[in-house]
Every structure is written in C-alpha cells, then in structure tokens.
Design a protein around this ligand. Structure first.
Ligand code: NDP
Length: 397
C-alpha cells in the first residue's frame, strides 16, 4: 500500500496514471500534479470513468524546488515519478533529497540552453542519495528503460558476453498529420537534430545527424523499414554495464515525409534553441514551434498501426556465436482503447509504472542513483508480460 506522486500530465503521465490506477494493491493512493491543473483534472476524470479510482490533482511548477518541497511535505508520497520534461530532473531530485523520498524518471537531464543529454549530472547525486538512504531509478521508459532491461536479461540468460548491440526503435504507425511528434515535440526535435554517436571498441564515434541508415526487416508482418543511426542516452550507461561490449548503436525509423518537414524546419531556423528577438520579446524558435504542433496526447484517436522496439544482440555463449532480437510489438489502437493514448506514450508510461512498482515492492531497491540494467531483470520482464507489453525473443541464425 503506497502513495505515488506523478509529476507531468502529458501523454506519458496520462498512461502511467491509468496503469497505476489498475493496480490498487500497489498504488493505493495516486496524486497527479503538473504545471496546468486542468490537464490533471481531465486525466483524473478519465481514470475515474475507466477504473473507478480517484486521483488527487494539483498545480505544481516542478522547476520551483521550494514549492515542490512544500508540496511533497504536504502530501507525503512514498515515491515521486517524474513524467514532466528532462529539464525538471534535477529540481525534482533536489526536492526528493530535501524530503527523503525516492525518485524515478524516464529521460535524463538536459540543460534547456544546450541540446545535450548525459547522465553525468544525475550520476553526480550518487553519494547524496546513498547518504540520505533514498533511491533514484533513471530512464524507466521504453528506450531508455525496457531496452536496457532486455540487455540485462539477455546477459543473464543468453550470453557469456554480448559483443554487439543495436537498439532498434520502429514506429510503423501513422497519425495522418503532415508533421507531428509522438512525444514532447521540443525534446523529440532536440534529440533527432543532434549529431549521431555510437560506441566502437572503447571509443565514441560521431556522425552527421541522420547521415547513416540501414534497412531492418521487422518481425510479425511489419517488414523492412529504413532506420537512422542516432545517439541515445541508454548507450552511455550500457557501455559501462554490459560485459565485453565492443559496439553499441541506436537506430530509429522515420518516414520520408517526416524527414522532409524536419529538414525544412531546420533550414528556416525553426529548430533553433537560442533566443531570437521578435517585436521586442525574446522567443526560442523551437518553443514556438512546439506551441503550433499537435500535442502528443492529442494523437491517440488518430494513430493506427504498431510499434516494434527491441535490442538486437550478438555475442558468445559456451564458445558459440549467437544473435538474438528481444522485442515488443505494441498496437496504437489497442493502447488507445485501453487508456486513451497512442503507443509511444503507452510504451513509455507502462514501464514507468512497472519501475515504480519494482521500487515500492522493494524488488528493486537500493540507496543511490541507478540505471535500469543494474537490477535483476527477471521481475521487470515478468511484469511487462502481465501489464500490456509482452515481449518475444527471436534467435537469428
Ligand atoms: P508532454 O509534453 O506530453 O508532457 C509533459 C508534461 O509535463 C506537460 O503536461 C507539461 O505541462 C508538464 N510540465 C512541463 N514543465 C513542467 C514543470 N516545470 N512543472 C510541472 N509540470 C511540467 O510530454 P510526454 O508525456 O510526451 O513526455 C514526458 C517525458 O517522457 C519526457 O521527459 C520525455 O522525454 C519522456 N519520454 C521518454 C521515453 C522513453 O522511452 N524513455 C519516450 C517518450 C518520452 P504543460 O502541459 O502545462 O506544459
């Protein structure tokens, strides 16, 4: 029996709130707080309608550490689940330290004025969290998140050593919009327009943004899709924690239409994150672009098709070479029917709930700051099968 505080009433926060509500024996009290209270209220009303559970709601600016500390002291949660934006990671970790409450997020910290994600800012909290005897679980979404757990599970059950890792993220769905992002547009576009980066024999190799691609034939009828090499945050922790790893890369599929729009937006300066002067005001073009693009949460009823995200791993078992693909396929329509959201929010919001459940049930609990692959993958893998994200393992010969 525990009380969870979910911060952020966007696409992902909505899914996690619905999924927590489905498990009253773990999440006996749910509080949803976000910058805009009306968004929390709309989610709470939908949860009440679907599962009969009451969710308490509140307005909260998570950038304001003092306000957040006072709010946490008032409601006294057992765990803070950060589903706002990566900018809020450090202020929320500070508030958790001040109040002695455990912390979970799905994306690593990014400074607002620099499109760069690294764990170094959050790893720096290790000692302080340990001394305070509280825990932070970082990156409990799908990628990062489930993909890290797939690797830990494969390392435990399938390999003596994993030598090559390709994390492959395919959204084979379609929302029918000219251009829209499936999660927060600002964070998404910052990520995609960064230089690519992969790990090769102990060194990071950089590539121009989206300049490398491969075709991958996805299982279960999804078929061949073009995937682009990108840098993704889970590579940073996995190269430290996977034994014998020689190469690690991350790939994502994009449609030609998406890439054409992105190129035009970049070329005209709309993806810039530095402020520009407009009629006496300073505006950041990417912030403005976010304001005119569809909200990810609004794509739920429009999106059709499936996602396939997985970890393709080649390594050695008992002296023999072996390659496996561990993956999940998730339907946009089934996600919408269950919780009113498309599959990108669903595949992130469900692992956030499972990570929270692992912590609250003390299946995963240790003072300090942790990445997903540092815990026993088995209970998490079981929970994926039980809570809407069943996985498959395919041996490739
Ligand atoms: P949305 O933009 O839909 O939602 C973000 C929510 O956070 C909004 O409701 C916003 O409020 C709220 N928020 C923003 N700033 C603050 C603040 N200072 N205080 C309180 N609330 C705030 O984003 P998504 O739901 O799509 O994404 C949520 C997170 O999940 C992001 O960090 C994203 O990077 C991560 N993610 C992780 C994935 C993974 O697989 N690991 C995949 C997809 C997303 P308002 O509406 O008022 O602006």
């Amino acid at each position: 029996m525990s009380k969870v505080l979910i911060v952020g009433a966007g696409g992902v926060g909505s899914v996690t709130t619905h999924k927590c509500a489905q498990i009253p024996e773990v999440f006996s009290e749910i509080v949803l707080a976000s910058r805009t209270k009306s968004k929390c209220d709309a989610i709470a009303a939908d949860v009440l309608r679907r599962s009969g559970r009451t969710v308490m709601t509140a307005a909260l600016d998570a950038d304001n550490v003092e306000e957040t500390i006072a709010f946490i002291q008032k409601i006294r949660p057992d765990l803070v689940v950060n589903l706002a934006l990566p900018y809020q990671d450090l202020p929320l970790m500070d508030a958790c330290l001040a109040t002695g409450v455990d912390y979970l997020d799905t994306a690593n910290y990014e400074p607002p004025d620099e499109a760069k994600f690294e764990y170094r800012w959050q790893w720096a909290y290790q000692e302080r969290f340990r001394e305070k005897k509280i825990m932070a679980l970082m990156g409990s979404g799908f990628d990062p998140g489930v993909t890290n757990v797939f690797c830990a599970w494969a390392q435990k059950h399938h390999f003596d050593e994993i030598h090559e890792l390709d994390i492959i993220d395919c959204n084979a769905g379609d929302h029918g919009q000219h251009f829209a992002t499936n999660f927060n547009p600002e964070i998404n576009i910052r990520e995609i327009t960064q230089r690519g980066r992969f790990w090769d024999h102990g060194e990071w190799v950089e590539t121009d943004p989206l300049s490398w691609s491969m075709n991958y034939n996805f299982p279960e009828g999804i078929g061949p899709k073009k995937c682009y090499l990108m840098y993704h945050e889970e590579l940073e922790s996995l190269v430290l924690h996977l034994k014998g790893l020689k190469r690690a890369r991350f790939w994502m599929t994009f449609s030609e239409q998406y890439l054409t729009h992105l190129r035009v937006l970049e070329n005209v300066g709309m993806t810039r994150i530095d402020p520009v002067e407009y009629k006496g005001n300073k505006i950041v073009p990417l912030n403005f672009l976010k304001a005119v693009l569809p909200e990810p949460a609004s794509l739920g009823p429009l999106t059709q098709g499936r996602t396939c995200i997985g970890s393709l791993m080649k390594g050695i078992k008992d002296g023999q070479s072996k390659t496996i693909f561990v993956y999940n396929i998730c339907s946009h329509e089934a996600s919408y029917e269950e919780v009113g959201s498309q599959a990108i929010s669903y595949t992130t919001g469900v692992p956030a709930m499972i990570g929270a459940m692992m912590m609250l049930q003390r299946k995963w609990h240790s003072p300090g700051v942790w990445n997903m692959e540092q815990f026993d993958p088995d209970p998490f893998m079981d929970a994926l099968n039980r809570h809407g994200l069943p996985w498959q393992v395919m041996e490739i010969r």
